[in-house]
Design a binder for this molecule. Structure first.
Ligand code: UDP
Length: 494
């Protein structure tokens, strides 16, 4: 069988942090002459349209299967087809339930897909896709949007139940890991630390189901690369009978500025005045601050962040994502006169920032990130030292990867996860002094700062090599395709 007879069905969770890497992944797989169908809803097809159209026009065998998303049937606003469109994260469960209705139309289309599908690569959060794979007797491979560090830590916490034996803020050593790394329960992801709200309890069941189904997957694709977290990948692969394929970093698959700029949102290069401003800045001087696509800081917490950046004295780009709190944030900005005070040295970006393009600019000095895994690995690819401010989910694990495993970052000192549905939290977790201090430590010219920058450059080089011909991720991708090919051949023979 040749790779051109293979057909991989990619089913992303509709949320930027999941869709973006899976669209990149689709391109990487299609570059190996494997036909790829990406299952997506109309609005997301529009949002990612230019990137996908260009990939298809370049000759890659990518197809788009559009399925209608029943937003209004589930109490969601019309056109809300991505988690970052939700007016409040209290509607997340509705969103998940609406996504599960795609199962039936997908099954109805399945036999028409040509060549015959060879496997499903699904976001692991969409458990219902495992039933589809079972029905059509093909492997259910999960895309794990996280690191192998996270997977390994999750596995050992599940087995040891250490989280049930500790208090919220007393540090404990994460069991079973190759390095001695400590955490507190309050920093653990929702599976172990769900919070106390009624919504949190509802979500606990969803998470447990996801975990249970995930354990039955044929294998996992991971957006990471061997050189970044070698021992964690080795250990995790052992646990999973070898079926863990690290084929990242996906973001490096975007070679031209337009693909980089339109990653996650259509828009022209000219829409981004911050890029012109960056051109006017000194090399390695600017801090880029973005807390991902979902984090909504409270106005009080936003204020600490903004003032801390101002106090640091370094030029910065600050991406503002206020969601339902936008009005209050704008009110503070106007009353305080922040924007006019920092004019020339600080730029606010409202809405979607072309993150990968910004990170690759020569003026970038450091990345203040919430440690979503995509942002983390994009920071690694850009060769930048990082200032880490984890917010939710597994982001504290990712902080440990950056600060302790890779040694390229400094934490602002966040102590606990924020719950996305906890929209009215008033507590200030991180003060302007914390922000200012961490920025200055990372930007410092001294020995430690240099060491971090040196390590960051090393990982950038390794990331580039990994997806080149003969690189570790390139090899892993070939091994993955071969595995599916063997599996398919066996099926045909049997
Ligand atoms: N992103 C972007 N512009 C923004 C916000 C986010 O390009 O204004 C991209 C970012 O580059 C990353 C993704 O959105 O690829 C966010 O994923 P991540 O896992 O870092 O965090 P999440 O949004 O899931 O919390």
């Amino acid at each position: 069988m040749m790779t051109s007879n293979l057909h991989f069905i990619i089913i992303p969770l509709m949320c930027p942090g999941h869709l973006i890497p899976m669209v990149d992944m689709a391109k990487l797989i299609a570059q190996q002459s494997v036909t790829v169908t990406i299952v997506i809803t109309p609005r997301n097809a529009e949002r990612f349209g230019s990137v996908l159209d260009r990939a298809i026009a370049s000759g890659l065998p990518i197809r788009i299967l559009k399925l209608k998303f029943p937003a209004s049937d589930f109490g969601l606003p019309g056109g809300c087809e991505s988690v970052d469109d939700l007016p409040t994260f209290n509607l997340s469960k509705n969103f998940f339930d609406a996504s599960a209705t795609l199962k039936q139309p997908l099954e109805e289309m399945f036999n028409e897909l040509k060549p015959k599908p060879s496997c499903i690569i699904s976001d692991k959060n969409l458990s219902w896709t495992s039933d589809v794979a079972e029905k059509f007797q093909i492997p259910w491979v999960i895309f794990d949007g996280m690191s192998c560090f996270t997977q390994l830590a999750t596995q050992y916490i599940c087995v040891s139940k250490v989280h049930e034996k500790v208090t919220d803020f007393d540090p404990f050593i994460l069991p079973g890991l190759p390095d001695e790394i400590s955490m507190t329960k309050s920093q653990l992801p929702g599976l172990f630390n769900p919070g106390n709200s009624a919504k949190a309890k509802e979500f606990k069941k969803v998470r447990e189901k996801i975990r249970e189904v995930e354990l039955g997957a044929y294998g996992s694709i991971v957006n990471s690369f061997e050189e970044l977290e070698t021992r964690y990948i080795d250990e995790y692969r052992k646990l999973k009978n070898g079926r863990v394929w690290c084929i990242g970093p996906f973001s490096n698959s975007n070679k031209n500025d337009l693909d980089k700029a339109q990653r996650g949102n259509n828009g022209s290069l000219n829409d981004h005045s911050c890029l012109k401003w960056l051109d006017s800045q000194n090399t390695r001087s600017v801090i880029y601050v973005c807390l991902g696509s979902l984090t909504r800081l409270t106005p009080l917490q936003f204020k600490e962040l903004a003032l801390g950046l101002e106090d640091s004295g370094y030029p910065f780009i600050l991406v503002v994502k206020g969601g339902g709190k936008t009005e209050d944030i704008e009110k503070w900005l106007a009353e305080d006169g922040f924007e006019s005070r920092v004019k020339g040295t600080g730029v606010l970006v409202r809405g979607w920032a072309p993150q990968v393009l910004i990170l690759s600019h020569r003026a970038m000095g450091a990345f203040l990130t919430h440690c979503g895994w995509n942002s983390t690995i994009e920071g690694v690819c850009a060769g930048l030292p990082m200032i880490t401010w984890p917010q939710f989910a597994e982001q504290f694990f990712n902080e440990r990867v950056v600060v302790q495993v890779a040694g390229t970052g400094v934490g602002v000192g966040a102590q606990r996860v924020m719950y996305l549905e906890e929209e009215d939290a008033v507590e200030i977790q991180v003060t302007k002094e914390d922000v200012c201090k961490a920025v200055r430590i990372v930007m410092d010219d001294g020995e430690e700062g240099e060491e971090r920058r040196k390590k960051a450059k090393y990982f950038k080089k390794m990331a580039e090599k990994a997806i080149e011909d003969g690189g570790s991720s390139h090899l892993n991708l070939k091994l993955f395709i071969e595995d599916i090919m063997l599996h398919t051949n066996k099926g045909l023979a049997g």
